[in-house]
Write a protein of this length. Structure first.
Length: 294
């Protein structure tokens, strides 16, 4: 099963739809949730799904609400509700600005079949902007929110996606899944294309990285780990230096304001233990744990 939240995606949603419709193995049911679009998103979707009974359009009247992270999660929940009464073993989210290779789902579900402990998986996002294709930098035990596929039991174990004012609902799902013993993996051999920058979109990159620092603080990132992440981003992520400094500034701002954490103390303790192990591997140059292949 697949759910796609979409708001004002008329410019590219047909491309996303064609990449799913053309799959060698397509979802049993795909719910596209129009989250209060003011453009032709619904009309384009309706026109393309004519005669395709496995795709359903759901309209959510949220045009008066901001197109933020909370709205996106509520749109996903509306899509999940539309699946009630239908049996399924997997459920995934797919952003409306993503295009897939035509054997994407075939290879993705092969990985799930070969690894019973795999709870969340997805392809490696390649961002297309300024005439370039830029691979997204992501940890092997993480998956970009726009392409997260859940084993149903894992999805239910983590309680689905949580509305997060600052964002990070995909990160929360991953952390909780790993905490409950599920494996989470990006299949780097399985590439997906994202139209534009995944993090900042139309926003200024500096503002987007500052917001990411706010999210990391809300999740409970340890200060030393955040410092290392910021240094890494400053070195490798355009705009160089500025990206890392903006992220660190966002984290520090949230810390000074004593913003409430989004996760309970036990989950924060689990996350920080993971981060300590990652820092230790980096210092001792130990390889990352073996990851799944798609």
């Amino acid at each position: 099963m697949l759910v796609t939240p979409a708001r004002d995606e008329a410019a590219g949603i047909v491309e996303t739809m064609e990449s799913v419709i053309g799959q060698s193995l397509h979802p049993v049911r795909w719910v596209i949730v129009d989250d209060g679009s003011t453009d032709d998103t619904s009309a384009l979707v309706n026109r393309r799904i004519s005669g395709l009974d496995w795709i359903r359009l759901v309209r959510r009247d949220s045009a008066a609400q901001p197109a933020d992270f909370v709205s996106k999660v509520h749109a996903v929940r509306a899509g999940v509700r539309a699946l009630e009464g239908i049996g399924y073993d997997f459920i995934g989210t797919l952003d409306a600005d993503i295009s897939l290779e035509l054997d994407y789902f075939k290879r993705l579900f092969r990985a799930f079949e070969e690894h019973p402990s795999l709870g969340i998986a997805g392809g490696h996002v390649i961002e297309a902007y300024d005439g370039r294709l830029v691979p997204q930098r992501v940890s092997a035990n993480s998956v970009a929110g726009g392409v997260q596929m859940f084993r149903r039991q894992a999805f239910e174990d983590v309680g689905g996606l949580r509305p997060m004012r600052l964002g990070g609902e995909d990160s929360v799902a991953e952390i909780l899944a790993r905490m409950r013993g599920w494996q989470v993996a990006t299949l780097f051999e399985l590439q997906v294309r994202h139209r534009g920058r995944a993090l900042s979109g139309s926003a200024r990159p500096t503002r987007a990285w500052f917001a990411r620092g706010l999210v990391n603080r809300s999740l409970g990132y340890a200060p030393l780990f955040q410092l290392s992440v910021s240094a890494y981003r400053a070195a490798v992520q355009p705009p160089y230096l500025v990206s890392g400094l903006a992220m660190l500034a966002g984290y520090a701002w949230a810390a000074m304001r004593r913003e409430a954490r989004a996760l309970d103390p036990d989950t924060v303790a689990f996350l920080r233990a993971e981060q300590r192990r990652r820092l230790l591997r980096a210092v001792t140059r130990q390889p990352e744990p073996v990851r799944c292949a798609g």
